[in-house]
Ligand binder design. Structure first.
Ligand code: SF4
Length: 178
């Protein structure tokens, strides 16, 4: 199995970082629940066939045939992440009989991971006093991401994409047009 970077782009959420899309040259759907079993705090969406991992600020989503990642330090960092993911997939393949696949989402989203991807304007247009308060309610499903109108402004395109990917991977509702 080979994983190759197809595109490297500036990370609009953080101009000092990059994002990338990499292609996996085979369908690894069957190994996603095995990865979910061995990677702590991974967020697995069995129906949507995706596994999201946060590593520090980095947000990485693995799909059956591709990987997309944001807030990556540089190209070297991207290659190290790909190498790490490849090793994990190879490990799952080699140890399939010993690993119990995990089809459940293990963790709720963390408040700070959501907060970092919000506009952080504290404009109160969502009815909450701060973006942090909104993050807490969003995680507890007392608010929906569409309640934050600011996130739909073009300047937040990249943050919105990362946030929506993370929410979708965790089984939260995101607008159907996304
Ligand atoms: S509308 Fe969005 S940017 Fe404004 S306070 Fe609420 S979460 Fe923050």
């Amino acid at each position: 199995m080979n994983i190759t970077i197809e595109r490297i782009m500036p990370c609009l959420a953080d101009p000092e970082k990059i994002r990338f899309v990499a292609k996996i040259d085979e369908d690894i759907s069957e190994y996603l629940p095995y990865l979910n079993a061995i990677i702590p705090k991974a967020i697995y969406n069995h129906t949507g066939k995706s596994l999201t991992i946060t590593m520090g600020e980095r947000i990485i989503t693995i799909y059956p045939n591709k990987i997309s990642a944001g807030k990556i330090n540089d190209e070297k960092d991207a290659n190290e992440i790909i190498k790490w993911i490849k090793e994990k997939i190879d490990y799952c393949k080699e140890n399939k009989e010993k690993i119990k696949p995990d089809y459940k989402r293990k963790d709720k989203l963390e408040v700070l991971h959501v907060y970092k991807l919000l506009p952080q304007k504290n404009c109160k247009k969502c009815g909450e006093n701060s973006c942090l308060a909104f993050s807490i309610k969003l995680i507890n499903e007392e608010k929906n991401i569409i309640d934050c109108k600011e996130i739909f402004l073009p300047e937040y395109d990249e943050k919105r994409k990362l946030l929506f990917d993370m929410l979708k991977a965790s089984g939260y509702n995101v607008p159907s047009f996304y």
